[in-house]
Every structure is written in C-alpha cells, then in structure tokens.
Design a protein around this ligand. Structure first.
Ligand code: SAM
Length: 227
C-alpha cells in the first residue's frame, strides 16, 4: 500500500511539475533517495516505534516534502503543511487528495511567523520540521513555538559544523529549548551528507517569538552582534 502510494506520488509530481516548477527531484534516485529517503530517515525513532497519534507540522513544505512522504509512511499521523506560496500548496493539496490523504493532511497558506502566533498552531504539535527552508536559527524560531511541551523539532540540514551548533545553541537558549545530539547520515549513491538536529522545549517559548514576518531571517537569533 505505502510502496504503491510512493509510486503514485512520483506520478503526481511529474504531472504537477509540468505545470509549475515544484522540484528538480522527480526521477529515479533523485526521487527515491533525494525525496523519499531523505524525508524519512530523520523520522527513524517514530517509524520504528509508532505512537497511536502524532501531530506533525512541516514548515516550508514547497512541493510537499518531507510532509507528504511522512503522511504516507506514518498512517497514524495528522499533518499540517505550511507554505507561503499558494500555487505550490494547491498542487500539494491536489496530490494529497489523489493519494487518499485529504483527511489527514491540512494546508496553511501563510508565513511560518504567522502560524507560530495562531491559536490553532502554537503549542500544538508533537513534531515540527523543516527541510531546506532557512538557516538553522531562523528555522528554530519558526518551529519551537509550534511544539507541545513534550514535542520535538527536527531541523533537516546538509553540512553541520561546530560554529552552526554554537549559533543554534544561542538561539535555542532564547527560545527556551535545548539542542539535542545531531545525527549524521551519508545518503546512498554518493548523494551527500545529511544531518538532523533535534530541539526540545525546556519551558514555554517566550511570547515574543516568532518575531514579525521577515524579522527572523533578517536578524537570526543567536548572531553575536544582534542579540
Ligand atoms: N521543504 C521543501 C523541500 O525540502 O523540498 C521545500 C524547500 S523550498 C527550497 C523552501 C520553501 O519554504 C519554499 O516553498 C518557500 O515558499 C517556503 N518558505 C520559506 N520561508 C517561509 C516562511 N517564513 N513561511 C512559509 N514558507 C516559507
């Protein structure tokens, strides 16, 4: 069932990609490794020990990754997919419907800074994640306010350095979250290194975060000069 849904998703991506430029990663290994595997490997703890229910938010979902891949792989998960570009979300919504995931996949066409202040989103998710959206401290400011007190944010990264970790640590402190141990993985067939960085809340996120639309990216938390 899931294998055929992933095959169907590839067909749907081909279809929608011919209308709008959703993603480069549609064929062969680009799709199976660069999209499906790359979306799912950070979820290994949740895939190996599935919980009865799981509320997940994918911020900056673009063409639907990692969100749609997670909706297929974790049938108990409720997904909220956020992106500020309406035409991409329309395509993602159509794909979710075709895949029979419409009831478990909600869409929000808005900036992540706004989601973090909405009652329906703030403090509501057990998992909040983002791939290829912005620098780690910016993403942390988008994701941490969305977490329940026992939730986890997953930052999907490519390379990860000790400087990155230090800057994220300073941002996390302001957000009252703790940075967990980064996990690293070499993608199959020489497709590069990946890291996933978990963040967990230590106390309620201060109500001043996320800051107004555009501010997190312009003045990332934890930059020595601005904080
Ligand atoms: N996550 C997808 C992936 O890995 O293929 C898409 C990555 S794409 C490079 C980044 C996406 O994040 C874009 O679709 C963009 O519109 C969205 N995005 C960036 N900043 C955002 C924000 N503050 N709020 C909502 N969406 C945002």
């Amino acid at each position: 069932m899931q294998a055929s849904q992933f095959g169907q998703l590839q067909e749907l991506l081909r279809h929608w990609n011919s209308r709008l430029n959703l993603t480069r990663l549609v064929e062969a290994d680009d799709y199976w490794i660069g999209q499906v595997f790359d979306s799912l490997w950070p979820l290994q703890p949740w895939l190996t020990a599935p919980t009865a229910e799981l509320s997940v938010i994918d911020v900056g979902t673009g063409g639907g990754f990692p969100g749609l891949a997670i909706a297929i792989a974790l049938p108990q998960a409720q997904l909220t997919l956020v992106d500020s570009v309406g035409r991409k979300l329309e395509a993602v919504g159509a794909m979710a419907e075709e895949l029979g995931l419409g009831e478990r996949v909600k869409l929000r066409c808005e900036r992540a800074e706004k989601s973090g202040r909405e009652k329906a989103c703030r403090g509501r998710f057990q998992l909040a994640l983002a791939r290829a959206v912005a620098a780690a401290p910016v993403v942390a400011e988008y994701l941490v306010p969305l977490l329940t007190s026992t939730g986890t944010a997953l930052l999907y990264r490519g390379q990860w350095s000790s400087d990155d970790a230090e800057q994220l640590g300073r941002a996390a402190q302001l957000l009252k979250a703790q940075v967990g141990e980064a996990r690293a993985l070499e993608l199959p067939r020489g497709r590069g290194q990946r890291h996933v960085i978990p963040l967990t809340p230590q106390a309620p996120c201060p109500s001043s975060y996320p800051r107004a639309v555009g501010v997190p990216a312009k003045q990332p938390l934890g930059q020595q000069a601005s904080t």
